[in-house]
Design a protein around this ligand. Sequence first.
Ligand code: MF3
Ligand code: CO
Length: 258
Amino acid sequence: MVEIKSAAELEKMRKASSIVAEVLVLLKDMVRPGVLTSDLNAFAEKEIRARGGEPAFLGYRGYPATLCVSINEEVVHGIPSPSRKIGEGDIVSLDLGCVWRDYYGDAALTVAAGRISKEAARLMAVTERSLAEALAQVRDGAKLGDVSHAVESCASAAGFSVVREFTGHGIGRRLHEDPTIPNYGRPGSGITLREGMTIAIEPMVCAGRPGVEVKEDGWTAVTRDGALSAHFEHTVCVKRGGCEILSAGPAGTAWALI
Ligand code: MF3
Ligand code: CO
């Protein structure tokens, strides 16, 4: 069942999501060669708490950190570690969730560390654009399949593949609610989006073949073929003629806007 949120619920999600966005924008500027992923995590936790929020991922199904840091062939759910240093030319996906008065916000972006390859830059740009094109489909009356299809067609037109093992999701008083939002689908298929639904759309795109596996740590998802992967995510509310990006953050800082 997909819930319709009240104005009061939306207000809390707006706050949770704006904390996520603000902290992600700060983290983005910290990403450079030599930085430990555990330092990014510690900063994220401190900044969320300083804003009166709580980390959403810490302890979620046993996840041990506030932030997910997924580098290069790591797709999602990379666990920050003091033994993991960001290197020159890495692409670094940062995924962050926050709870504010029992309501969740969730967002992600991928950043370059130092000078990256042309292919890596193209992958990041296409993944961000696939989120923008998915967002452009969201409005009351649209089909969920239209949103999913937008991600898939943008990625595949560029010669990239989408991740099928992980999806976007409804979000609200829980991190993961109905509906499940695959990054592939048929236009016109699936549920009808209605005003007041809140969803997290999160394209995960790979430069190589489809297929991911989870490492021995039980969390880190990597591409099977070792190719690069990028990830962008926003929490949004369905509106009559479009959507409100709850995780847009301070003016001028939002990612994946067309
Ligand atoms: N954005 C991711 C998701 O929606 C982050 C979850 S990480 C976890 O699944 F640790 F909380 F699982
Ligand atoms: Co999510």
